[in-house]
Write a protein that binds this ligand. Sequence first.
Ligand code: FES
Ligand SMILES: [Fe+2]
Length: 342
Amino acid sequence: MLRNAWYAVTRSAVLQEAPLTVRALGEQFVLWRSPQGTVQAMADQCPHRGAQLSRGWLTAGCLTCPYHGWQFNTAGKCVHIPANQAEATIPKRAQIKTYATTERYGLVWLYWGDLPAAQGIPIPPLPEWGAPGWRAIYGESEWPAHFTRVTEGNMDSSHAPFVHSAFFGLRDGAQVPPYTVETTPWSVSAITISKPPKRAGILKLILKRDRPVTTAHLTGYLPGVNRIDVDFKFKGYRFIYFGVHTPVDEATTRTQWIGLRNFLTAPWADGHSRRNVVKTFEEDCAVIASVRPAIVPFQGGTEVLVGSDALQVAYRKLLRQYAQQGWWWSDRYPSPRQPTLV
Ligand code: FES
Ligand SMILES: [Fe+2]
């Protein structure tokens, strides 16, 4: 897992006033909203005698432990111990570890790392979110797989005819034309050209039969965010999938995804659009969970990679670059220290 990065942990709409427990990054967090509406994130364990704080409640803007009623302010500092005599002081160590949070694109993001957030990996841009003419839907799914495998699978152009044959069509048209990978300090991307997807689901309503090609602008952002921008080459219609893959732990990943479309933007089409994404996830999930090694190899020689894997190679290179500067954290997989190229 990569430190010094933002991770989407839940949806803004899900997080109301009541404390919410979230498992992510191998840790248990409690999230809650202050009376001012800002999101607080803390370790979900009371420093007194270890109760789970998310079982508690808010008292005048302070999180109250359900066990002995200690109260903690938004800085995680204990401000009241009900059992204490009036003159007793509150121990300095009565302090909970807190995490920076922000809300963007309708998601709650938590910053996980030791460097200041300004020096870490930024939240990827999503300019279409909230822009006029775009409709957003949300979903969440869980994968029994490492987030690196999910991320590289979500920007893979050569698997579609096999894993998603119902949607993307014939396996005898599986060639991937050469593409150019563009790399930034936080992302890798490429534009791939393919035959248009089958006119399945709501695409029946918007696609004409004679479309020669569709392009997909595939991007992977560190640590594990995908953007798939599909341009149907018809009336400017596009579908953007934005998936944030947050490790629950080193064997499980939870994805918060947003589907944005600029066609059939009325709510009645949401269900169709959601079903397409969920179906695709289910098809991916079975294969991706089976992949070994469970985490992408940082060293070359483990797998046999070909031209159509260029985007995966570039993602691993980028990941390794940050891992080598000490941002990788794992208690299951060895840290990739040797700069061997895949
Ligand atoms: S365990 Fe939280 S107040 Fe005692
Ligand atoms: Fe897929």
